[in-house]
Design a binder for this molecule. Structure first.
Ligand code: PXP
Length: 238
């Protein structure tokens, strides 16, 4: 069964628009769990544009599922992760100007640095995932570096249509099999919504989908508990 990680960064975005205390992503994590979220994902960015340090430490104390901390591979974040001890860390590339995470992490260009970084997290009993583009080379280097998981970037699939989307889907399917054969656990995410999720969810051996924007957007109409429940039932209706 494919599980659902709910990314609640956009709840924090609304709060930070006024730099006030509501809506509180910690309270909404509780509703996401009631709707069936299997894990809660937050991206603590260097510029703290949405999720704050206070959020991640409170989430760790209060959620009943698993905490997936997305972060850049920086010294500051390593220290925070080692204090926080989330269930998982997902390493993502981060650029200040970007609206959201744009491409996958280029693990190939940072093998030595990432090996030490991943080892340090694993020594604290934190499992580590690499958010990468669905490319054989990136998968092979992820294995070599010692990641437990890869999260395949579905952003391109989500943007494309027609035959181009079909080709990208085949690339994701192939990458899933390649990563599995190497013993990596395979997650996927970015840009997934109620219209495009089923084809990704039906790929054999996808462990977890990480979805944020579409679920939080739908929550404005039906509430977060229901928008999570709807997404879970789509994922598991194959
Ligand atoms: N996975 C990763 C690594 C991400 O950075 C994001 C966006 O924060 C997501 C999944 C979720 O993407 P979306 O908000 O488009 O569902």
């Amino acid at each position: 069964m494919t599980t659902l990680g709910v990314n609640i960064d956009h709840i924090a975005n609304v709060r930070q628009a006024r730099r006030t205390v509501e809506p509180d992503p910690v309270q909404y994590a509780f509703l996401a769990e009631l709707g069936g979220a299997d894990s809660i994902t937050v991206h603590l960015r260097e510029d703290r544009r949405h999720i704050q340090d206070r959020d991640v430490f409170l989430l760790k104390k209060t959620i009943k599922t698993k905490l997936n901390l997305e972060m850049a591979a920086t010294k500051e974040m390593l220290e925070i992760a080692k204090n926080l001890l989330p269930n998982y860390v997902t390493l993502v590339p981060e650029k200040r100007e970007e609206v959201t995470t744009e491409g996958g992490l280029n693990v190939k260009n940072n093998v030595k640095y990432l090996k030490n970084f991943v080892e340090s997290l694993k020594n604290s009993n934190i499992e580590v995932s690499a958010f990468i583009d669905p490319l054989r080379e990136q998968i092979n280097y992820s294995k070599e570096i010692g990641f437990n998981f890869v999260e395949l970037h579905t952003g391109k699939y989500a943007e494309l249509t027609g035959h181009d989307q079909y080709i990208e889907l085949q690339r994701i399917i192939e990458s899933t099999h390649e990563a599995c054969d190497l013993g990596l656990v395979v997650n996927a995410g970015h840009g997934l919504n109620y219209n495009n999720v089923k084809k990704i969810a039906s790929i054999n051996n996808i462990n977890e989908l990480n979805i944020g924007h579409s679920i939080v957007a739908r929550a404005l109409a039906v509430g977060l508990e229901n928008s999570v429940r709807e997404m879970k039932s789509l994922i598991n209706s194959n």
